[in-house]
Design a protein around this ligand. Structure first.
Ligand code: ADP
Length: 614
């Protein structure tokens, strides 16, 4: 049979054990892969980050120290001049300052002021910057130092855009020393601090501007990191020491560490690109992924092979076996490949199929035997019927002759009988009548059984038929002084189709029995219409039939009282003929009876009306 073409679902493979197992295996292995890779990656990442945190903190520390050193050197110069300031006059101080300037190229200019802000000495490398300031006595560096503070100015630029800061300190005689520190020299120092392949440091003021950077241009361009998260994080951390990952102001993903230069508002940033920082983690994850993918493929392949060999192939064998058996091949045996559970199931399957085959053969044999017996029985029955009918026929001829001659003798025609002889001839006549009735019954039965009884279907008037039956059995009622009631349902059509002889045999048999087994009361005959059927009911008030006998009295030669001393005569063939005829007409006989109260036989027959009722 053609199946309607259905769109195959992409998940259809899950409906096979093979597909489902492989899918499950893949999912489990993938989950394992993700968990293992994830854990290893996280472990390597954390370890790497911790190691970088340490290394960077060290680099930052180095940068901080180097800058602090740089500043300390400047302060040393100040202390040195301070020692001399009370002993030397202006000219000597100027020479001293010049000497210091030559030794410290980081200083662009050194200026000594008295407490009023008047210049005592001003030496410089190429040009004066401090000397060009008009209101020296008002400037922050002078005022702060005169008030006893060591001062570092914010980042400033010369007219040539050279970045610088001013350092100042109080002098012992109440004056002030100021120096202009070129940031380019500090920058060189900061730029020299390198770590790893990409790690470098830079210096920024707490409010943002860059003071030193390996890309000096960043300083020259007045770059500021004000408002950036790394600065905010550093400012929020204790001692401005902070470590974290972020995108640098140059737009590169980096890991950075920060620290405050003591005594200043400067913060050192050490940064290394994340690519370098997490290179181990990346290598680890790539390696791990590669290895696990290869592992996964190998495990999948191996599992598929093993499953195929130990599970799917034997299962396929079983499937093929069931298909063969379904198609009716009971000789097929599934090859048993292994002695495991599937092997045992296969064994069981083979045993079941063998048993099925044996049973089938037994059944076929039994059926053949039954067929032979049936044929034999049919043949026997046919022979029996044939024999009965031939024999009955042969018996009837001489009996009819006996009956004929006795009738003549009894009618007094041609011969005068003595009373004794008359009595004997009467008994001969009665017995030959009985014998004739018996033979007729035999004949009927054998005709029905051999299928030679052909029913005719001709129009009958039920009323006329009932009248005929009445006249046939009326004498019995009179002999035994019994009532005989006839009732015909007006619903019965005036003409029906049927076989008059067969109907008469049924009713006369039933009525004869009713009269025979009833001593007082009445016998009634009722014809009723029952929708598509009609029924003939014969009821008596006789001796009744015990429950155990209600089945078997319909069998041939069976009587309730089968003993030789029985009170009632009869052959036991009447009811058998009734039932067989009723069945032949497509109807049935039922019996209701109560011991001592009477019996009621009902024959139900299909109604074939000659003229359909309106
Ligand atoms: P028989 O020739 O003996 O009447 P039947 O086949 O007609 O043979 O009846 C079989 C037996 O059924 C009878 O012998 C009798 O025992 C019982 N039987 C039949 N009809 C009646 C009846 N109306 N009342 C009581 N017994 C009956």
């Amino acid at each position: 049979m053609d199946k309607p073409t259905q769109k195959r679902s992409p998940l259809a493979f899950l409906q096979s054990v093979r597909g489902l197992t492989l899918a499950l295996l893949t999912v489990v292995l993938l989950i394992m892969l993700i968990i293992v890779n994830g854990s290893v990656y996280t472990f390597v990442f954390i370890t790497e980050q911790q190691s970088w945190a340490g290394r960077q903190a060290e680099a930052t520390q180095r940068a901080t120290e180097s800058i602090a050193d740089f500043l300390a050197r400047g302060r040393d110069v100040f202390s040195f001049i301070n020692l001399e300031v009370e002993h030397e006059d202006g000219e000597e101080l100027r020479e001293l300052a010049e000497e210091i300037l030559t030794l410290n190229p980081a200083f662009e200019e050194i200026m000594l002021l008295d407490s009023e802000g008047q210049i005592r000495a001003d030496v410089f490398q190429e040009r004066t910057v401090l000397g060009n300031l008009f209101t020296l006595s008002q400037s922050n560096w002078f005022l702060s130092a005169r008030d006893g503070e060591t001062y570092i100015s914010e980042l400033q630029f010369t007219s040539e855009r050279e970045p610088y800061v001013i350092l100042s300190a109080p002098l012992a005689d109440g004056g002030v020393i100021g120096a202009l520190l070129r940031m380019s020299s500090l920058n060189d120092q900061v730029a020299a601090i390198k770590f790893g392949a990409t790690g470098d440091s830079y210096l920024a003021e707490t409010d943002g501007p860059l003071l030193a950077h390996s890309e000096y241009q960043n300083v020259l361009n007045s770059t500021t990191i004000a408002g950036r998260p790394e600065l905010a994080n550093a400012l929020a951390a204790p001692d401005n020491r902070w470590f974290g990952a972020y995108i640098s102001f140059e737009g590169e993903p980096v890991v950075g560490s920060t620290a405050r230069v003591p005594g200043t508002n400067w913060i050192v940033f050490s940064e290394i690109s994340q690519t370098e920082a997490f290179s181990n983690s990346r290598t680890a994850i790539s390696l791990l992924t590669g290895i696990t993918v290869v592992f996964l493929v190998i495990v999948m392949w191996l599992s598929a092979q093993l499953l195929e060999r130990f599970l799917f192939k034997p299962l396929d064998g079983l499937r093929v076996g069931t298909e063969r058996v379904e198609q009716g091949n009971l000789n097929y045996q599934v090859p048993v490949m292994r002695s495991d559970e599937i092997g045992r199931v296969t064994d069981g399957f083979n045993v079941m199929v063998s048993q099925l085959r044996r049973r089938n053969e037994e059944l076929r044999q039994a059926r053949d035997e039954a067929l032979v017996s049936t044929r034999l029985a049919q043949e026997n029955s046919r022979l029996k019927s044939e024999f009965l009918s031939t024999m009955s026929h042969e018996l009837r001829t001489p009996l009819n002759a006996i009956e004929g001659f006795t009738s003549i003798m009894l009618s007094g025609m041609g011969i005068e009988l003595e009373p004794k002889a008359q009595n004997m001839v009467e008994r001969v006549s009665a017995n030959s009548k009985r014998l004739l009735a018996l033979i007729n019954d035999f004949l009927d039965l054998s005709r029905i059984e051999s299928g030679r009884m052909e029913l005719v279907s001709q129009p009958i008037s039920p009323t006329k038929l009932v009248d005929k039956w009445k006249s046939q059995v009326g004498v019995l009622a009179e002999q035994k002084k019994l009532g005989f009631v006839v009732d015909i349902d007006p619903q019965i059509p005036p003409e029906i189709l049927g076989d008059e002889d067969a109907l008469s045999k049924i009713v006369v048999n039933l009525l004869s029995n009713a009269f025979k087994f009833t001593q007082e009361g009445q016998v009634s005959l009722t014809l009723r219409r029952q929708e598509e059927n009609w029924s003939i009911e014969v009821t008596d008030t006789g001796i009744g039939i015990p429950p155990h006998a209600r089945e078997y009295i319909f069998e041939e030669f069976r009587q309730v009282d089968g003993s030789s001393k029985r009170q009632f005569g009869g052959t036991g063939l009447g009811l058998a003929i009734v039932q067989k005829l009723a069945r032949l007409m497509g109807g049935s006989v039922t019996l209701k009876s109560e011991m001592g109260k009477g019996s009621s036989f009902t024959v139900v027959l299909p109604l074939q009306a000659q003229v359909e009722l309106a």
